[in-house]
Every structure is written in structure tokens, then in C-alpha cells.
Design a protein around this ligand. Structure first.
Ligand code: ZN
Ligand code: ZN
Length: 341
């Protein structure tokens, strides 16, 4: 089979690999599409450590090709989405309901240190495979995984009815936050520095979401909740948030440091929180929400595996890429254009 392999920092290539072997409890998935994520970009740029030679990709949908003898919940032909956040269910974080922070992750991070899904086939343990509802096309299902991440972070933000929410960063994660919040009736504003990304966001998001012009002050609306998907706490977000408000740091950047005026947390009752990836229940909720959230609106490009380099360039995943280099929102790679969305 063909697979998009991380060779070393700055280098990725399509390699010929054997179809992976599977055990009694595993599912062999014929991949239909994999979304390219900020993590893949960070791996390529050397900002996120990954094993050399690993098959990239973790946001995937496909059809069950074969199952191990002990698998009962899915059968060949079923359309599925993969939960790539493997966890052991035995360590202390897992037992305390924090499976995303499982202590036994080494060797189990799909597309990082365990072979991922940018390939013809992927092997997944049964419990990390979910059947896609019939009304969810692959193109939409490919966004279930990032949606799960968004749901966990929105839960940490605890927005109330009528809250004004500021989402910082209009990448796929910021756009998904806006989509979910708008549907819940929140007043959502999106701030993005990159003019290319703001333009795409305006095209794909519902009209109710306000995308700020470059340079427009974020403080004007005095938001009750700020979701910082850039992971850098840019500018004076703590000064902008309303008294009693919440700031969620969602993106992650290696070595990102912010000077925080701690007094504001006390005198204005502000919560500054992080939540990280999703729990298994968030993933199930994301599968269910996908029935009627038009997630596919965020998919601007679907490209065959072989055109991975073009896809990465669209996402400015080349060292030194100029600001304004984003020409895409969510890009999917597909091994089979006949099957894919
Ligand atoms: Zn991802
Ligand atoms: Zn664990």
C-alpha cells in the first residue's frame, strides 16, 4: 500500500508499505480520507516530536475492510471514523476520567509514534473505531476528531446562554469552535491575523459569526469567554475579557510563554484554563453532533495522497512560509478519489 511517511524534519514522502497485520481485537480500515491537522504541520516543521518513519495522519474516516476474530461491533463494509486518542484505561489519569492524558501513551500516538492513517489502510483496535451515522458523508466525518477536541474545550469554557465569545485564530479548530457556538446561540466573534485565513473563514462560516478585520480591536466587545486556539495568549486577552469571564488556552506551541497580570484573575474573577484533547464521551458526542452540523463546509480541498506536498504548502507547512500563506481551511488527503467525498 501507499503511505505518507515522515522521513525527518522538513521531509515527507509517499512510500510503498505492506498492508499492516492485525490481531483478533483489531479492525483493518480502508481509509477514505484523512484531514491534515496542525499537529502534522508541527511535526514537519520540527515543532512536535515524532518518530522518523512513522505514517502520518490521525483524523480519518473509511470503510471496514476486515476484522479480527474477536471483533463484534463492526463488520466489513461499515463506514467508520477513527478515535486516534488511544488510552489504556488502567493508569491513574485514565481511571480518573482523563484518558486524553493517559500515562501509557508512548508508542500509541497515532500518526506520531504509531503508524497513522495517511495510507491505503490502517489497523485500529476495535474500541477506537466508531460507526458513522448513515447521514454523515466521509467529507463531514473527517472533522469528527477535531470536533471532539473542540467540544472538550468548550465544556471547559462553560459558556452560558447569551455569552459573547471571542475565538482567536481562524484555522479549522477556531472555525469549528465558531460553528458549534453559533449553533448554540452564542454571539461569536473570530479574530485572525492572517488575511488569507480570515477570507476563507468568512466564506465557510454562517453569517452570524463576525470575523474581525485585520487590526480591529478584540476588546471592543468585552467578551465573556475567550477561546485562544493559537496557544500563545496574544495581546491583552486577559484585559479584554469581561469580569467573571473565562479564557481557554487551546492551541499548543512548544515553549510558548505569556506574561499574565495575575491581579486581574483575582480582582476581576477571571478563569484561565486549559483542557487539552477529548475524553471518549466527547468523541461519541462529536459523532452524534455530526448528524446535523455542516462540518464539510470547512473542507476547502480534497487531494490524492500523492499530492501531499501541495496540500502541506497550502497550509504553509514549509519553513519560513510567509504570513498570509494560508489558502485553505481543512485539507483532506484521500487514497482513493473514487471513494472519497
Ligand atoms: Zn489533529
Ligand atoms: Zn491510561
Amino acid at each position: 500500500m501507499r503511505a505518507v511517511v515522515f522521513e525527518e524534519v522538513g521531509r515527507v514522502g509517499v512510500h510503498e508499505r505492506a498492508v499492516p497485520a492485525f490481531d483478533g481485537g483489531d479492525v483493518l480500515v480502508r481509509v477514505a480520507a484523512t484531514g491534515i491537522c496542525g499537529t502534522d504541520r508541527a511535526i514537519l516543521l520540527g515543532e512536535f516530536p515524532a518518530r522518523r518513519g512513522v505514517v502520518l495522519g490521525h483524523e480519518a474516516v473509511g470503510a471496514v475492510a476486515a476484522v479480527g476474530a474477536g471483533v463484534g461491533s463492526v463488520a466489513p463494509g461499515d463506514r467508520v471514523v477513527i478515535n486516534p486518542t488511544y488510552h489504556c484505561d488502567r493508569c491513574r489519569p485514565c481511571r480518573r476520567g482523563m484518558q486524553a492524558h493517559c500515562g501509557a501513551k508512548a508508542g500509541r500516538e497515532v500518526g506520531v509514534d504509531r503508524d497513522g492513517t495517511m495510507a491505503d489502510y490502517a489497523v485500529v483496535p476495535e474500541r477506537f473505531v466508531h460507526r458513522l451515522p448513515a447521514e454523515v458523508p466521509y467529507r463531514r466525518g473527517a472533522l469528527v476528531e477535531p470536533l471532539a477536541c473542540v467540544l472538550n474545550n468548550l465544556a471547559a469554557a462553560r459558556p452560558r446562554w447569551d455569552d459573547r465569545v471571542l475565538v482567536v485564530g481562524a484555522g479549522p479548530i477556531g472555525a469549528l469552535c465558531a460553528l458549534v457556538l453559533a449553533r448554540r446561540g452564542a454571539r461569536v466573534t473570530l479574530a485572525e491575523r492572517d488575511p488569507g485565513r480570515s477570507a476563507v473563514a468568512r466564506q465557510v462560516l454562517p453569517e452570524g459569526v463576525r470575523v474581525l478585520e485585520a487590526g480591529e480591536a478584540v476588546a471592543a466587545d468585552s467578551p465573556d469567554v475567550v477561546i485562544d486556539t493559537t496557544g500563545t495568549l496574544p495581546g491583552d486577552l486577559l484585559g479584554a475579557v469581561a469580569a467573571g469571564g473565562t479564557v481557554v488556552v487551546m492551541g499548543e506551541r512548544e515553549a510558548a510563554v505569556a506574561a499574565v497580570p495575575l491581579r486581574a484573575l483575582v480582582t476581576r474573577g477571571i478563569r484561565l484554563v486549559g483542557a487539552g484533547p477529548y475524553r471518549p464521551a466527547d468523541f461519541e458526542l462529536a459523532v452524534d453532533l455530526a448528524r446535523d452540523l455542516p462540518l464539510e463546509r470547512l473542507v476547502t480541498h480534497v487531494l490524492p495522497l500523492e499530492r501531499y506536498a501541495e496540500a502541506l504548502t497550502m497550509l504553509a507547512a514549509t519553513a519560513g512560509a510567509a504570513p498570509g500563506g494560508y489558502s485553505a481551511m481543512k485539507v483532506l488527503l484521500t487514497p482513493d478519489e473514487g471513494v472519497a467525498p
